[in-house]
Design a binder for this molecule. Structure first.
Ligand code: GUN
Ligand code: ZN
Length: 429
């Protein structure tokens, strides 16, 4: 039993529907076997657990572990190619790197770099776009299991319009995915996600065989890309003339539901938003990627108006790194610039990178905030003394001001300690 003593910031009540930042100075979180048994003022709680050790985290802030709802494992080494739109970027930058993961040794190295990148940034849960190669996906699950992160991932499938070494066939991919499900789905904190790359690179038969995997085990997720780029959308309309729109391609295959997370959705129709809202499928908004590839400005207001659940992703490697603070502030920037943008306060940003992400992955009961009964997935944000964030936190005018400074100035280097289920998964040297 351990008591974590800290200034705790979280958003158990959704700020998009009337909630606000919950900020508690000198709070005690009593944690046993990874679960928060009690939470309250340290002065009151401490005496009730005299046998518990105390970890003093009063410098800095304790926030919930962050959730990256869209990030590509095989693209760690491809971060930072600037200046190309989606299809050209895939062809020139991302896919040549992804083909290198056919080599198992290479894939293991990248898996280690990837999991390190998440953990050191304070990302404790992620929905990860895997690799086209089953052995590489296996290496990712093994590394996530070793380090202890909460990960959903799966075999990426495509059977047309990509370089030949990345293509599969419905039967083969179904077999490989089944084996991965048996090995990893539900093992510890790991889950499987059915992952057709995007409608652009899939036949209807492949999408249907992917959807059939949902019957193999309860709790299997679905993830893919949707409405990211105008050229991509036009091509998909040509490949699937019978479909009403991009989302309909996935809906016809049986891939749209509450366990589905689509990345981007920068250019949706109202009919697509209505279907996302009705089915409970979530959208991962990836603002550094959307800006970097010039994909467009995410229509957050229209998503909210249609009741679509929105989470956030880094979209590494089109995104510019693992920092969810950076994604948060970038979402803020783009909404500021959009003619119909949603004014975002710091509490919205914290909610988007924590609780909203947890809910999109069906984990809202377990993680996303630091309430009694939740798992202890947490990040101790403790900037080095004298760094601008340290100065900012010391001179913040209010809790909201401190949180805004965290998004403006925070980097992965500020995640001094990170826990998942009460187990430390990263500690700054
Ligand atoms: N659409 C299909 N594949 C990808 C990818 O790897 N990155 C992004 N941003 N969009 C995609
Ligand atoms: Zn992506």
């Amino acid at each position: 039993m351990i008591i974590y003593r800290a200034t705790v910031f979280d958003t158990p009540e959704n700020p998009f529907t009337g909630g606000a930042l919950r900020a508690e100075a000198d709070a005690a979180l009593v944690v046993d076997e990874g679960r928060i048994l009690e939470r309250g003022p340290f002065g009151r709680v401490r005496g009730r657990w005299p046998e518990a050790g105390v970890v003093d985290l009063r410098e800095g802030l304790l926030i919930p572990g962050m959730v990256d709802a869209h990030v590509h494992f095989p693209q760690v080494r491809a971060i930072g190619h600037l200046g190309r739109p989606l299809l050209e970027w895939l062809d020139r930058c991302a896919l040549p790197e992804e083909m290198r993961l056919a080599d198992e040794g290479y894939a293991r190295e990248v898996a280690a770099e990837f999991v390190t990148g998440l953990a050191r940034s304070g990302t404790t849960t992620a929905l990860v776009f895997g690799s086209h190669y089953a052995a590489a996906v296996d290496a990712l699950f093994a590394e996530a299991d070793r380090v202890g992160l909460r990960i959903a991932s799966g075999l990426v499938t495509s059977d047309r319009n990509l370089p030949e070494p990345l293509l599969t066939a419905p039967e083969r991919s179904h077999e490989e995915a089944s084996r991965l499900i048996q090995r990893w789905h539900g093992s510890g904190r790991l889950r499987y996600a059915v992952t057709p790359r995007f409608a652009y690179s899939a036949s209807a038969e492949l999408l249907e065989s992917d959807a059939a995997l949902l019957d193999e085990a309860p709790g299997v997720l679905v993830t893919s890309h949707l409405n990211e780029n105008l050229d991509e959308i036009a091509a998909v309309a040509g490949f699937f003339p019978e479909a009403r729109d991009y989302l309909d391609v996935y809906a016809r295959a049986g891939l749209v539901g509450r366990g589905t997370v689509f990345a981007h959705d920068v250019h949706p129709t109202d009919a697509e938003l209505a279907l996302l809202g009705e089915t409970g499928a979530a959208v991962a908004h990836c603002p550094t990627s959307n800006a970097g590839l010039g994909s467009g400005i995410f229509p957050l207001r229209r998503h909210l108006e249609h009741g679509v659940r929105v989470a956030m992703g880094t979209d590494v490697g089109a995104g510019t790194g693992f920092s969810m603070f950076k994604e948060g502030v970038q979402a803020y920037f783009l909404q500021r610039l959009a003619p119909d943008g949603v004014p975002l306060a710091a509490a919205h940003l914290l909610h988007l990178v924590t609780a909203a992400g947890a809910e999109s992955l069906g984990l809202g009961d377990a993680v996303g905030d630091l309430s009694t009964g939740k798992r202890f997935d947490a990040v101790w944000v403790r900037p080095e003394p004298g760094e601008p964030l340290d100065v900012g936190l010391r001179h913040a005018l209010s809790d909201e001001d401190a949180l805004a400074k965290l998004f403006a100035l925070g980097t992965p280097a500020d995640a001094a300690r990170v826990w998942v289920d009460g187990r430390e998964v990263s500690r700054r040297r």
